[in-house]
Design a protein around this ligand. Structure first.
Ligand code: PEP
Length: 261
């Protein structure tokens, strides 16, 4: 089955409004001819409006890096006394289409759990947003040969109760924690093995058709120099890009490698 590649830039806690406008302004012409790849940029909340304005007239989509959700009377509260938080409806209002959920930095520094990611994914769907669900093992877990078990638990937890009709539109980002921001990348074979395993988990939760529809991005020091060989793997459908997403030429080179896949 052919899945449309999807490359998303996770800008993390970087970029003031003017920086966001500049980067988007540089990306637009570089990506103008790349119609066969879905592309999104995910700025900080305070730069969403600036990025959205700069993205006008381009097919590049806007993403966010988190959202807050709380269930109240069986529905997801979209406003209320949650100081410092942002709801799905607010992201939608800010022209966001995608939301990164469960990034390892959020799991590590902010106590994010699979159950929390699951609730946030459901809150996304309730507002017509789509989640990019991050999974991945630590170095210690890989060394103990627990990688498959870890990503299976994460995938099952994050997708609990999400129907196949919604799951097929989700994106999963496999991001080995030891490869994020370290310059150390999973080998194409290491990444492919885990992607295939995640797809198998999806098939066992849902069915083959759903598993084959879900796009699984690789994330972890993907750069212009290693993107093509990672993206050549049959179960790697794109990338979630951190550091290299902050430079227009590098991000565009990765998108172009995805277009040649
Ligand atoms: C990320 O944070 O999602 C990521 C993949 O970062 P980097 O590309 O910098 O490793």
């Amino acid at each position: 089955m052919s899945r449309r590649p999807f490359v998303a830039g996770n800008w993390k806690m970087n970029m003031l409004r003017a920086d966001a406008e500049k980067l988007v302004g540089e990306l637009k012409p570089l990506l103008a001819g790349t119609d066969s790849v879905d592309v999104a940029v995910c700025p900080v909340y305070t730069a969403l409006a600036a990025a959205a304005g700069a993205l006008a007239g381009s097919k590049i989509m806007l993403g966010a890096q988190n959202l807050h959700t709380v269930e109240s009377d069986g529905a997801f509260a979209q406003s209320g006394a949650y100081t410092g938080e942002i709801s799905a409806e607010m992201l939608k209002d800010a022209c966001v289409a995608w939301v990164i959920l469960g990034h390892s930095e959020r799991r590590q520094y902010f106590g994010e759990t699979d159950a929390g990611v699951n609730a946030k994914a459901k809150a996304c769907f309730a507002q017509g947003l789509l989640p990019i669900v991050c999974v991945g093992e630590t170095l210690a877990e890989r060394d103990l040969e627990q990688t498959n078990a870890v990503v299976e638990v994460q995938t099952r937890g994050c997708f609990a109760g999400i129907p196949a009709a919604q799951a097929k539109d989700c994106v999963i980002a496999y991001e080995p924690v030891w490869a994020i921001g370290t310059g150390r990348t999973a080998t194409p074979q290491q990444a492919q093995d885990v992607h295939a395993h995640i797809r198998g988990v999806l098939a066992s939760i849902y069915d083959e058709a759903t598993a084959n529809a879900v796009r699984i991005q690789y994330g972890g020091s993907m750069k212009p120099g290693n993107a093509a060989e990672l993206l050549a793997q049959p179960d790697i459908d794109g990338g979630l890009i951190g550091g290299a997403a902050l430079k227009a030429a590098d991000f565009a080179a990765i998108v172009n490698a995805a277009a040649k896949r």
